[in-house]
Each structure stands twice: as C-alpha cells, then as structure tokens.
Design a protein around this ligand. Sequence first.
Ligand SMILES: NC(=O)c1ccc[n+]([C@@H]2O[C@H](COP(=O)([O-])OP(=O)(O)OC[C@H]3O[C@@H](n4cnc5c(N)ncnc54)[C@H](O)[C@@H]3O)[C@@H](O)[C@H]2O)c1
Length: 327
Amino acid sequence: MYIDLKENGYEAVIEKGCFEKADTLLNLKRKVLIVTDDGVPVKYSKTLANKCDNATVVTIPQGEKSKSFESLQMLCSIMLSKGFDRHDCVVAVGGGVCGDLAGFCASVYMRGIDFYNIPTTLLSQIDSSVGGKTAVNLDSVKNIVGTFYQPKKVLIDPYLLETLDKRQMSNGYAEAIKMGLTSDEKLFNMFYENRIDIIEVITRCLDVKRKIVEQDEKESNLRKVLNFGHTVGHGIEAISNGAFYHGECVGMGMRYVCSDDVRNKLDKALTNVNLPLKYDFDKEEIIKTIMHDKKASKGSIDMVFVNKAGSFEIKKMTKEEIRDILN
Ligand SMILES: NC(=O)c1ccc[n+]([C@@H]2O[C@H](COP(=O)([O-])OP(=O)(O)OC[C@H]3O[C@@H](n4cnc5c(N)ncnc54)[C@H](O)[C@@H]3O)[C@@H](O)[C@H]2O)c1
C-alpha cells in the first residue's frame, strides 16, 4: 500500500513472510541501528541483523518508560560512537514504543536519517507504524516532545504476531474496531460477526489511516476521527492505575459516544475479541482528567460521535454535556 505524501511518500508492505525478505525490500547495505525491546522475541532482531552488512542492535527495556530523552540520548550516542552518518539508517523492530522512539531518533540525528519501521504488535501494524508521528514522553506527559517524520518503508508481517500474547492482540483489535466504526462498516462487521481475517483487518485499518494522513499529514482536523473513544478512554486510563491497556480503555470509551443501536453492536464486537465493556469509575474524577486533557480548550473538548457504523460527527462538548453522556 502506497502512502502518498508527495516527496515524503512511502510503501507499507503488508504480506505474510515479508520480514524474511527484508534485505530485498530495504536498503541494508550501510550502517543499520536496530532498535528493539526486551519483550520482543530476540529472534526478530537477530534475523534482521544477519541480513545487514553492519548492524548494531540496541535492546531497550520494554514499556512506556523507554520513550524518554534518556533512551534517545543513548541511541544517538551509540550512533555517534559507531560513526553513523547521514547515509545510514535506523530500523525499529517492535511495537509502538520502539517505533515512536526510533523514529524520533532518526528524525533528529544529523537532522534526519532514513528510518524503516518493522512493527511487531497488532497496534503498531494497524496504526502507529504509518502516519509519521514520533515522540518521547516527558515528566509523565505522554508524547509531548516529538516530530512528524515519515519512514522510508514499513514492513508489516502478520507472522510476527504469532508470538504476541492474546491480551496484546485484543488491545490492537480495539483500535481496529474504532477505525471500522467511524470509517469502514465492513471492517467493523468483521468483528461484529466474528470472522476476522488478519490481512484484511490490517489492510482496511491502514487504508483508513492512509486516507486521513494523506489529507491531513500534520494533524489539524481530519485526524481527530482517530481519537474516537479516546476522550473517555484516556480518562479511564488515567484513573485506573495501569489496570487496563490503552486499547481496552478506548474500547470502553467508545461506548459513551455512540447511539444505542451502535452500542449494542459494539458490545458484541468487543466481547468477540475478549475486550472489557465496563469499569466502575468515579464520574467526577474522569471529568476532571478529561478537562485537563491537552485537547481541551476554553472549557470544551471536541468529541467524535458515531450514530451509524462507518460514519461519524464531531461535537464540541462542555463539562456538563460530558457529565450527561457518562450518566
Ligand atoms: N505514532 C503513532 O501514531 C502512535 C499511534 C498509537 C500509539 N502510539 C504509541 O504506541 C505505543 C504503544 O504501542 P504498542 O501497543 O505496540 O505497545 P509496546 O510497544 O509497548 O508493545 C507491547 C508489548 O508487546 C511486546 N511485544 C512487541 N512485539 C511482540 C511480539 N511480536 N511478540 C511478543 N511480544 C511482543 C513488547 O515488548 C511490549 O511488552 C504507545 O507509546 C503509544 O503512544 C503511537
């Protein structure tokens, strides 16, 4: 699938087994910094390193904490000490944490060197590996420092998901359900009717994302649709002390911003992929976190609503209106 961003355009190869062909699909005949984490099976970075002439593998600790300035500095220092120059490249082999960090690092080292992404979680295969958002966290604020920097190519191989645990798969499915509900009814129905074809899920999700980023590369309005379910979802994530994954929170968050008919179908879709429906939260606490969200301005926040699967509308919501929907 080609992501057409004019001079920043690139191919996202979606194919079972494409990882094994990485040396024919990517230019690895140069210094290559492979960024992976210690939860990603070692065999993936090893396989890739064996396909390179001159690879350096850096394994960061798994988890959100690794999206930090310290990790960024460490990666840049390693590249500097190994003599990486403008013609060399960085490859992420991991989920969104590795992708966001490695992409950021590639975007700032020598003012930008080539970046390839090989996403290994479902979430990163259907969402974060495409679109060019890179970031690290600062002072417990997520993704607050980053760049828009497109990869040169993305290799999406569903075989790499064979080692991913079920809960992480469901976490990714939540985002796929989100994209289906707002933008592709056929995609949503795959979950509602419980007939999931992984290649079709990835292709349809990336097609939704492609259309958005092609029209709205730097996130002004259109990209807001990707936030469907995220406002309440982020609230739940913030107050539940790590009990839920992000996708699980988004799944629950979507239930507050759709029609009754859509909610009934959504509940079935979420249940089909083992996602939780409810969390017994304190509404006032959620409202407080929502109104502190960086997307809230002048006492209101734009929220995406779905009245019919495959379509959406954006409404400005005040604190009182949010209280109503939570009730
Ligand atoms: N750039 C974007 O547009 C964008 C979009 C959405 C999310 N994100 C970011 O993505 C991150 C979340 O990404 P994620 O959900 O992929 O989480 P993650 O990168 O933390 O990966 C989840 C876990 O799965 C493990 N793992 C990865 N691949 C595996 C495999 N094949 N087999 C077994 N285990 C494997 C990892 O070690 C990790 O423990 C967040 O930091 C979020 O901010 C970015």
